[in-house]
Write a protein that binds this ligand. Sequence first.
Ligand code: UGY
Ligand code: MN
Length: 264
Amino acid sequence: MTATSGGKESFAERSSLLGSTRTVVARRHALLEPASHVRGGLPGFPAHAAVILISPQIGAGFVQFLIHLKGEEGGGSSLPGVESFLYLLAGEASADLGGRAASLAAGDFFFSPPGIEWSLRAGGSGAHAVVFQKTYARLPGVEPPSPVLGRTEEGGGLPFLGDPDALLQTFLPEEPSFDMAVNLFHFRPGASLPFVEAHVMEHGLLMLQGRGIYRLDDAWYPVVAGDAIWMAPYCPQWFAALGPTPARYLYYKDVGRHPLRGSP
Ligand code: UGY
Ligand code: MN
């Protein structure tokens, strides 16, 4: 991009050339817009492939990263004691989940429990994925979960707290062995969360579609597809979908552990 490129840059590119950004990193929340992404820093993937969005370095108890693989590129990130959830955002890929092979298309996902090695290889046109990782907290006497493979159900989801305009799809079983949830929220235009939530669970979120307004602590942020958000425990949070199209986001949440026993 040059000064003579005829003004074809996006608004985000032009405003970041002037030192502006929608990215905010606060003590209890963060909003990361795509224009401020910097790639690299993840062993197991090509250096140009990963963008680490949320991590303990920001104050979070989990990691959220993006993977951008070109055709036929691959990688994996299996750490001892760490569980992973991968959601394919675009493209096609083949996955190896502890020796089990799977083909993934956009909207497909897998959960890899601790102790299972996983890898991903992009098809010819490349692949774009988001991954959530957390150190697994085992409950005494409860076996860790098995791997899960699944897909987004288009038009699926259940009314959230009775609201048919806010549909929630849960991707992982609500069983004591699971200590993380990943859900897809689909808001029809104008729909919102019914109240300002404040809870012990932490969130990592990726806007997949549409736009809206996110309240985090005492600030209200316009958000669009591609934005990532971190919400620390107890961060007051509220969302309303704006504009003519539905808004969709995918989000992580730690679940099912006593606050005094959240870590192994
Ligand atoms: O599951 C949740 O806590 C969800 N309702 N939070 C959110 O969308 N910010
Ligand atoms: Mn919440």
